[in-house]
Write a protein that binds this ligand. Structure first.
Ligand code: ASC
Length: 150
């Protein structure tokens, strides 16, 4: 029984770690995946930005719907930063893998800020959206400055 239980635990552990580890057949697939996730995230972040910057009229529902997408997307790219994928069609800097603690902290900072943006958007208050959008944008930029070419 004890052995069966530990076998079941081991299977469960493998199952949990499988999505990130076995998601990509080739390194290029991981690069494509993370770039696609950032592209979608940026598109929806930009729609909120247009409202925050007064380029399009503020629509609370549109802002909230986009912020939910940004929040969801923010969780996805990092599975694509597989070791050895600093080559090819990517602007990822090697520092991502040599300064992993710092990179992960930057990722978590951004995820926290976009969660705050989603919460702000739910209130329907444009000033709250502007503030949260600015902070989220800073967290994007901070990571680009340290971990992305140009
Ligand atoms: C965007 C977008 C980013 C960030 C960044 C903020 O709209 O696509 O990557 O904001 O430019 O500095």
């Amino acid at each position: 029984m004890k052995m069966l239980a530990s076998f079941a635990l081991a299977v469960a552990a493998i199952g949990l770690s499988a999505p990130a580890a076995a998601q990509f057949q080739k390194p290029e697939d991981a690069v494509k995946y993370r770039k696609a996730a950032f592209t979608v995230m940026g598109a929806h972040f930009g729609r909120i930005g247009a409202m925050a910057n007064g380029k399009v009229p503020f629509d609370a529902k549109v802002a909230a719907d986009n912020a939910v997408i940004v929040e969801t997307m923010s969780k996805l790219p990092y599975a694509g930063f597989v070791p050895g994928t600093d080559k090819g069609d990517t602007r990822a800097l090697p520092a991502i893998w040599t300064e992993q603690v710092k990179f992960n902290a930057a990722a978590e900072k951004m995820q926290g800020e976009v969660s705050k943006l989603a919460a702000a958007a739910k209130t329907g208050n444009l000033d709250a959206v502007k503030t949260a959008f600015g902070a989220a944008g800073q967290s994007c930029k901070a990571c680009h400055d340290d971990f992305r070419k140009d």
